[in-house]
Design a protein around this ligand. Structure first.
Ligand SMILES: [Zn+2]
Length: 471
């Protein structure tokens, strides 16, 4: 935990050691490093919270692209007519081949931040002790800045990709979702962003532990978000005359049964490969169990032991949990109605009908109704093919020799669900390393190591180049 602090003094003397103490990777040329940092500062300081929108940031990116001599006809600013503040910008970097393009995605919006909760101004880029602080520094204006800088650098170098490279800087990933950029572009301008595959920089990245590089992630799957409402009613009446039929008691009992219910263990190509790799990389009591669940059929006793660890339980099964509850209408009256919200995260391949049927049988009470709130945006797995794992390894190993590459399933979701549900295989890749035990995305004092940012810029340049080749 404390190990990472001891390198600040060395770093500030300009020696090549990062805040974590790991062996550093290559940096971009000085001019590109400066350009990336200045774009990063500009983007962090444009407030792109849900209420403000992303249009100003999209226009700023558009200007940079035009200045870098991308033709205006290849740089499209697009906002839904009914949501003019939710702007997106899409650039096409023409290649010489006829292969289907590769699409790079980065969202421009950030989660809101209150100045009084932070130790620095969240909407200023603050450089301190080897870190850049600010809202969006890790999620994901770092990725946006790196992607934009890579395009500008490649253009300056007269690089010609083998296939078209498309980059979309998009709106509304974090909140609301009423004007989600990729969803809108897929629906209204599919031709503009249609691609053989998507590289979404909103995920992936490397994990440090105790100052050592553990592994780099390739996001190949994520869980699907789906919500249900439970509702039950009872006759009600005067609070002085309680009888046996009470909506709140009935709902509470049903919720107890939901709490006790566990969905069956389910492995996918991603989670199986993930457990296999992590068993070797994280020695400890869980290693043997990870190996045992990765075989077919999985060892269920081992799965049960791993399920005691919350984050591993989420890797092993669909999960559902009660998140909201309401009931009754007056302090002195018997309740007539009680409601609860059940929030589920489905394994890739699971369906909302199956989950609803499983919940209904766990509820075991026909008087508690269960309804689906809204059809989910289903995120099918993009399997960790040899092609994508090899590409990820080529780029990562050109930066950090020999780092292990691990396919991962995110328990949450990203815009991958938009492109995956539209049938485009989508992968999360990023060259930013962070401590495995630190997650400040969406939280207080969000930050990125300065050295990690700079290396991420160089990685992104190499990634765009590598992915522009089909083979
Ligand atoms: Zn994000």
């Amino acid at each position: 935990m404390c190990g990472r602090w001891r390198y600040f003094a060395v770093w500030s003397l300009g020696l090549s050691v990062n805040v974590f103490g790991a062996t550093p990777g290559p940096l971009p040329p000085a001019a590109d490093q400066q350009l990336a940092r200045s774009i990063f500062k500009e983007l962090v300081e444009i407030r792109t919270t849900h209420d403000r929108g992303s249009t100003e940031a999209a226009h700023a990116i558009q200007e940079h692209l035009l200045k870098a001599s991308f033709p205006a006809s290849d740089v499209a600013f697009i906002a839904p007519p009914d949501h003019p503040t939710k702007g997106n910008v899409v650039v096409r970097y023409h290649g010489k081949g006829s292969a289907k393009p590769v699409l790079f995605l980065g969202h421009l919006d950030v989660v809101d931040a209150k100045a009084e909760d932070w130790s620095v101004d969240p909407f200023k880029l603050t450089e301190k002790d080897g870190w850049f602080y600010g809202r969006g520094t890790i999620d994901m204006k770092d990725g946006d800045a790196a992607l934009l800088e890579a395009l500008i650098r490649l253009k300056r170098e007269h690089f010609v990709p083998e296939r078209d490279v498309i980059a979309a800087f998009t709106a509304d990933e974090e909140a609301g979702g009423d004007a989600n950029g990729p969803a809108y572009l897929l629906k209204e301008h599919r031709g503009l962003i249609d691609a053989a595959l998507v590289i979404n920089l909103d995920g992936g990245g490397g994990n440090y532990q105790n100052g050592k590089r553990l592994y780099m992630k390739v996001g190949t799957a994520e869980k699907t978000y789906v919500t249900y409402t439970l509702e039950t009613t009872s006759p009600g009446g005067h609070g002085s005359l309680p009888g046996p039929d009470n909506a709140i008691y009935r709902l509470a009992s049903a919720l107890g049964r939901i709490e006790a219910f566990k969905f069956p263990v389910t492995l996918t190509a991603t989670t199986r490969a993930s457990f296999e790799k992590l068993a070797d990389l994280i020695p400890g009591p869980e290693s043997a169990d990870m190996r045992a669940v990765a075989v077919t059929p999985p060892d269920l006793a081992a799965a049960e032991r791993l399920s005691q660890i919350t984050r591993l339980n989420a890797q092993l099964r669909t999960t559902c949990v009660v998140t909201l509850i309401s009931g009754g209408h007056a302090e002195n009256a018997l309740p007539q109605r009680a409601r609860a919200t059940i929030q589920c995260r489905m394994m890739p391949g699971d369906t909302e009908e199956h989950v609803q049927a499983a919940l209904r049988s766990a509820l075991n009470d026909p008087k508690v109704a269960i309804t689906l709130d809204a059809p989910p945006i289903v995120s099918p797995e993009s399997p960790p093919t040899a092609y994508i794992m090899n590409k990820a390894a080529i780029v990562a190993h050109s930066m950090w020799a020999g780092v292990p590459i691990v396919p991962t399933m995110a328990p949450g979701f990203s815009d991958d669900r938009q492109t995956r549900s539209a049938g485009i295989p989508s992968y999360n890749l990023s060259g930013v390393w962070s401590d495995i035990d630190e997650n400040r995305a969406h939280g207080r004092d969000e930050r990125i190591g300065i050295r990690e940012f700079d290396e991420g810029v160089e990685y992104t340049y190499r990634l765009v180049k590598e992915m522009s080749r089909e083979k």
